[in-house]
Design a protein around this ligand. Structure first.
Ligand code: ADP
Ligand code: GLC
Length: 463
């Protein structure tokens, strides 16, 4: 069976969040069982010299013919294809500037989707695995061209739907018949994500709990009715991580490698981390957060609880990039509090060092389709503190014996969050109990292997 996995980002070529990690880890976990390749855009910041020209073709969108070049690279036995197309490959960033998305993202990702389908035909692909709205139109094209390709569509985050004004239909040459409620129309706009939901054979999302949540008004982002209509083909499969890349005993990005039997070296990472920061005293519990700075990640709760949080005898470090107003607030707060440091930017190596140094990782998300930071935290022996939603609820347990163990609060409010912090501080004082939890978590399997089997069944239409 030949599978093509399509994503707008794949680690290490381009990454803005967990999607890139999944696009790295899931095909890795599947490669032993099936013939799988990947496809993503060739962005202008990528070094094309590292890739080989594989093929070229043209695609027609509306009345215009666009020349496409497809580059490729085989690494770890998986071939990745990179689509070089007008508009798609000429922007400075992937999706837009910090202020706004690119105006022609409709055309850019329609081109990408059309190029994916053409490549799938050239490669004689039997299963096309699409991810998020950037690839969703490919599901529609497969149906429109009546191709014999099974399409799986994964929703990584329902909050991002690819919404455009009605004239997008004309711009990307889509028949008016698609502008109705059962297809792409969404409150008078064109919704790309709906194409993925409507025209795929199977729709998945990234945790069992999120698969249930998105059928409700609270989490459905306006699509709960539409998803309920399609729920017979909806599955929730928990993400995993690439445990070769996120591996405390081999990670080249951290200073001292360690495993569950040498946790004292985790403390050496903390000492090193504190020395290289504005923080003082590595004996203090170190709370960290590594996240895109968007409201989804529970920023309001952090800000509401901030004074009380930093008045504890702790160190707090936040690594995050995103919303300008949020980063400005954190920058100000860091100037006022010597036990709080904020790093404004995206830095993969620093994120690894942060997990290796941390005692506790804060994940107070309002909603979280899956979340990978709790899994990475546990892999590095740090204890996650999570709001019981989505994939956080499916992967972190308090007072249990299940993999993995952390601190879980039920309701998104200041009292419950700060009480969770108190439980963390109590745990920190009980060295034996803390060590037991760390050792337990570091022995758990957070890889993609178990979930890859679920995807395999869907590819083979066995579920
Ligand atoms: P999301 O996809 O919603 O951003 P996930 O928890 O699924 O959330 O994945 C986030 C990924 O991005 C993790 O690998 C995390 O370590 C990484 N990450 C987030 N922010 C940063 C940052 N500022 N610098 C480095 N890595 C980051
Ligand atoms: C999205 C979600 C996150 C998930 C990631 C990978 O960005 O916000 O919860 O872990 O995709 O599936």
């Amino acid at each position: 069976m030949s599978v093509l996995f399509a994503s707008s980002e794949i680690y290490p070529y381009a990454k803005s969040g967990g999607l890139a990690d999944v696009a790295d880890a899931l095909p890795e976990a599947l490669k032993k069982s099936i013939n799988i390749s990947r496809v993503m855009p060739l962005y202008s910041f990528m070094d094309v010299k590292k890739f080989k020209l594989y093929t070229s073709y043209s695609v027609k969108i509306a009345t215009i013919v666009y020349d496409i070049e497809v580059f490729s690279l085989k690494k770890n036995e998986i071939t990745s294809y990179f689509i070089k197309a007008p508009h798609l490959s000429t922007t400075e960033m992937m999706y837009g500037s910090k202020e706004s998305d690119y105006e022609n993202n409709d055309l850019r990702f329609a081109l990408f989707s059309m190029a994916i389908v053409k490549l799938a035909q050239e490669l004689d692909i039997k299963v096309l695995h699409l991810n998020d709205w950037h690839t969703a139109l490919a599901a529609l094209y497969v149906k429109e061209f009546a191709l014999n390709i099974r399409v799986i569509f994964t929703i990584h985050n329902l909050a991002y739907q690819g919404l455009f004004a009605e004239h997008t239909l004309c711009k990307i040459g889509l028949n008016k018949k698609y502008f109705h409620l059962d297809a792409l129309e969404f409150y008078n706009k064109v919704n790309f994500l709906k194409a993925g939901i409507a025209y795929s054979d199977v729709v998945t999302t990234v945790s069992p709990t999120y698969a249930k949540e998105i059928l409700t008004r609270e989490f459905g982002c306006g699509l709960d009715g539409f998803l309920n209509y399609h729920k017979e083909k909806l599955y929730g499969i928990l993400n995993g991580i690439n445990v070769t890349r996120f591996n405390a005993s081999k990670d080249k990005m951290i200073v001292h490698n360690y495993d569950r039997n040498s946790l004292e070296k985790k403390h050496d990472n903390k000492i090193d981390f504190i020395q290289h920061s504005t923080l003082k005293d590595p004996r203090k519990p170190l709370f960290v957060m590594v996240a895109r700075l968007v409201q989804q990640k529970g920023i309001s709760l952090i800000l509401d609880s901030f004074e009380e949080l930093v008045s504890q005898n702790i160190n707090l470090f936040i690594l995050g990039e995103g919303d300008k107003t949020i980063s400005q607030k954190f920058t100000m707060l860091a100037l006022q509090h010597s036990n709080f440091e904020y790093f404004d930017g995206y830095d993969e190596a620093l994120s690894h060092k942060t997990y290796a140094a941390a005692d506790f990782v804060l994940i107070p998300s309002i909603f979280e389709p899956c979340g990978l930071t709790q899994l990475i935290a546990m892999e590095y022996g740090a204890i996650p503190i999570v709001h019981a939603v989505g994939g956080l609820k499916d992967s972190v347990y308090e007072n249990g014996t299940l993999c993995g163990e952390g601190i879980v609060y039920e309701n998104q409010n200041r009292e419950e969050f700060l009480f969770a912090i108190q439980r963390a501080l109590k745990l920190k004082k009980n060295g034996k109990k803390l060590k037991k939890k760390r050792v337990h978590n570091m022995g758990c399997d957070f890889s993609f292997t178990p979930s890859a089997l679920e995807y395999l069944k869907l590819y083979k239409s066995e579920l």
